[in-house]
Design a protein around this ligand. Structure first.
Ligand SMILES: [Zn+2]
Ligand SMILES: [Zn+2]
Length: 252
């Protein structure tokens, strides 16, 4: 057997072994690693410390409503967002952030399944030709990381809900600096023109659900939505694992 053959064999057995381990080992909490009863579910302490957002927020942008708001927040009434409906499974915090970071940098790909599980109930009624589109990374970041974490989450949701995933419909045509600390207008300027529609993107009249792991300022997703709507999409929604809700930079 050649050296390449041996290496291939080792990789193959290891992969097979991992698959077997999945079947044999008890499921673990994606937050802390404690043994849990159900695959991709949190243990009681992690569950109680997570802030599940559900459908309680603004009908449009999803942020928690003030006592004086009725269905739609004051921000959305004053300036209707391009994204018709935004939902996130949990508020950003220690556990929510740790899942996103471990998926992104620790290559814990199984975490995408746990995130998707808690995002699934937030997928609204969708037309049969709706598409799930992960918010694209720039090519350099994909080259370093090897994958787009949002695509892994989108694939899992698409598989469970029977919605097509279309990762190549939009792409980043230039990298953008971190938007943290910028004003709303600065952020808009920074991300404007950062995305382009694929030449053969068939999105006319369709509903597109953007999928992302963490929603902070919302400017990146808004820029994606602008590109999609200009390209003929009928409606754009956004579905995230977690979002920053108590942060002044989120104020629109
Ligand atoms: Zn836990
Ligand atoms: Zn709103």
């Amino acid at each position: 057997m050649t050296w390449v053959g041996v290496m291939w064999g080792v990789a193959h057995v290891r992969r097979g072994g991992l698959w077997l381990l999945d079947l044999v080992l008890p499921p673990r909490c994606p937050g802390c690693g404690a043994i849990v009863g159900t695959l991709n579910s949190f243990c009681p302490p992690c569950w109680t410390s997570l802030d599940f957002l559900g459908h309680s927020g603004c009908e449009s942008c999803g942020i928690p409503l003030e006592a004086i708001d009725h269905g739609t927040c004051a921000g959305c009434l004053a300036r209707p967002p391009r994204i018709a409906r935004t939902r996130a499974a949990v508020a950003y915090g220690d556990i929510a952030g740790s899942l996103a970071i471990r998926l992104k940098y620790g290559r814990k790909i199984a975490l995408a399944k746990a995130m998707a599980r808690y995002m699934l109930p937030l997928v609204g009624e969708l037309p049969a030709d709706a598409l799930l589109v992960p918010v694209p990374l720039n090519r350099r970041r994909i080259a370093v990381r090897g994958f787009n974490q949002s695509l892994l989450i989108a694939r899992e949701i698409g598989r469970k809900r029977g919605v097509r995933v279309a990762p190549r419909i939009i792409r980043r045509i230039r990298p953008t600096p971190p938007l943290k600390g910028m004003s709303f207008t600065e952020r808009q300027k920074t991300v404007a023109g950062a995305f382009a529609l694929a030449a053969k993107a068939d999105i006319a009249g369709r509903t597109i659900v953007l999928v992302d792991d963490v929603l902070t300022t919302g400017s990146t997703a808004e820029a994606c939505a602008q590109t999609l709507l200009r390209g003929g999409a009928a409606r754009v929604e956004l579905l995230c694992w977690s979002r920053v809700v108590r942060n002044p930079i989120f104020v629109r």
